[in-house]
Design a protein around this ligand. Sequence first.
Ligand code: TRP
Length: 330
Amino acid sequence: MAEKKRILSGMRPTGRLHLGNLHGALENWVKLQDQYECFYFVADWHALTTDYASPGNIRENTREMVLDWLSAGLDPERSTIFIQSDIKEHAELYLLLGMITPVTWLERNPTYKEQQQQIEQKDLGNFGFLGYPVLQAADIIIYRAHGVPVGKDQLPHVELTREIARRFNYLYKSEIFPEPDCLLTEAPVLPGLDGRKMSKSYGNCIFITDSEKEIAEKISRMMTDPQRIRRNDPGNPEVSPVFAYHKLYSSPSEIEEIAHGCRTAGIGCVECKKILTRNVVSKLAPMRERRLKFESDLEGLNEVIAAGNARAAREAAATMELVRRAIGIR
Ligand code: TRP
């Protein structure tokens, strides 16, 4: 059998993950395990590029997030799961790549200006924030990954990674780094409880490991078709966030019945939400169970991370040997 291609992806440690994270990224990561040699890591240094003034709960959030990864089905036997800040070689490669990366490439990066404007309450004039994509490039190429599964917001970063890898190979007459491809995650944007994009900062999230009670309560106050005021009014399922969820969680026949029932006022919102709650709860139940298991075995969790770190460190160290030799330093 031909060797599997290697892919790598990371998330900043935001704590417990919500259904937007699950359908937007994590589910895809789980699937990719069948096809690729996978490296998945917590980008905790990246969190500091914006949160340097109040690092808060990075450690705690890292643990929570890895717990959710395992709950969702990342399998430490098949995937290398590790923490960025535990692999110091990322920092060394970041420094060396910083030497060869023109500042203009970074200033041109669309997410740089966008975020500086959007995130007004933080001063993002720091060097580390400008260098964000250089660190990301180091994360990726230190494992000589061929593919990077990410959403389209990350496309500019992967493109920069390709350019930096190409420049390194050219300057030091090496073939160390493959230029990684983007494996675009095609995911529908999942609305939050209020119909806006699901996001922690909006407080409109259902979390992967919410209890049955929490899920029922949240769905019960979820927005529906705002035009459908009385039970007897016909509604339009396509504008209802509840229906967007049915499309993900319910069977084709249920979806059809609900769409028809909504349009003809044959089914009320309360009933429709009950069906959804049942389906969401049953889909998430295995994840909750796995989560409980890992939560009661924190030593097991630490071992998973230690083993992933060890494997990642080996790979990173081997690449750095080649890198130092290519540049000609000790
Ligand atoms: N920038 C990514 C995000 O915000 C996180 C990240 C850091 C990453 N390093 C990476 C993703 C390397 C893929 C590969 O989502």
